[in-house]
Design a protein around this ligand. Structure first.
Ligand SMILES: O=C(O)CCC(=O)C(=O)O
Length: 287
């Protein structure tokens, strides 16, 4: 039987939370994912980990400890992911932070680091990977475990969304088929932020189930491996697009990847188009 779960936010996102996000390019919002949703999604995540999708990537090479699993557009094949991205409090949270009347769902990205995983998520900005432009573009990072620096919580360079820079996308793993595509973007290479980390103000929070971390698509961010030997790090990134987001047909974004395109049959967006169903369903107002 399908469980009835809360659809509304239990509280409004505060002006201080929104101001922190706008100032720093990342912010934490505490206690906004109801426990029932956490349970449903933990079960759904296990289904996906046991039956990886066609576009999924195992970033941990054979022979290394742990497992770094990445998957995209999971909502399209799992009904509980679909309920979560459209029918949980997440869309309302997104419109309040974006200060947008509408939200369309762009895509979800499941990023699981099992205990002992050494592979980091490289420093990167999100927007260079995406065929999108506009101001209303928001990522929510939803943890399903306690996440700390030790277990690989995401870290953000404070204020980097205001640098006016767009760096070349970095492939998350070797041989994922993305590196050649991203080379076409012709963007300035990413500096070695890890070597320079002491020069920056790096934001990170210890979070747990119920909390959500927000980030702007130009904020430079990174996550270490999961050095904990017992704690999992299951994270789900949700990307929402608001009123002014439109399709940007520039070269070198992830829609040039065949595995991604296979998930979007009939996709024929043109430069300047608004994102819409069926591939990018309306999340707010709720349908
Ligand atoms: O979960 C991670 O390791 C990275 C998350 C990330 O890069 C994102 O949400 O954009």
């Amino acid at each position: 039987m399908t469980q009835t779960l809360p659809t509304k936010l239990s509280r409004q996102i505060t002006a201080e939370e929104i101001a922190a996000f706008e100032r720093d390019g990342a912010a934490v919002i505490r206690d906004v994912v109801p426990a029932g949703w956490i349970e449903v999604m933990r079960t759904a995540i296990e289904r996906i980990l046991n039956d990886p999708g066609a576009a999924s990537v195992e970033y941990t090479p054979d022979g290394n400890k742990g497992r770094y699993y990445g998957d995209f557009f999971v909502w399209m094949r799992d009904p509980d992911f679909k309920r979560f991205i459209l029918g949980s409090p997440m869309p309302e949270l997104a419109v309040q932070v974006m200060q947008s009347k509408t939200a369309h769902f762009f895509y979800d990205q499941l990023l699981v680091k099992e205990p002992g995983t050494i592979e980091p998520t490289p420093w990167h900005q999100d927007l260079p990977y995406w065929p999108v432009r506009g101001n209303h573009i928001l990522s929510l990072w939803v943890p399903f475990d306690d996440a700390t620096l030790e277990s690989g919580v995401v870290q953000y360079i404070r204020g980097s969304h205001k640098w006016g820079k767009m760096y070349a996308p970095a492939a998350f793993g070797k041989d994922t088929g993305f590196a050649d595509i991203y080379a076409k973007a012709g963007l300035e290479p990413l500096p070695d932020f890890e070597a320079m980390r002491d020069n920056f103000d790096i934001l990170h929070w210890d979070v747990g189930p119920g909390d959500v971390i927000l980030h702007h698509p130009l904020t430079v961010h990174y996550a270490a491996g999961n050095a904990s030997l017992t704690g999992r790090r299951r994270g789900l990134a949700l990307r929402y697009l608001g009123d002014d987001a439109e399709y940007d047909d520039r070269p070198g974004t992830f829609v040039e990847n065949q595995k991604v395109m296979a998930l979007l049959p009939g996709f024929d967006m043109k430069d300047g188009d608004r994102f819409a169903a069926p591939h990018f369903p309306q999340a707010w107002p709720r349908r």
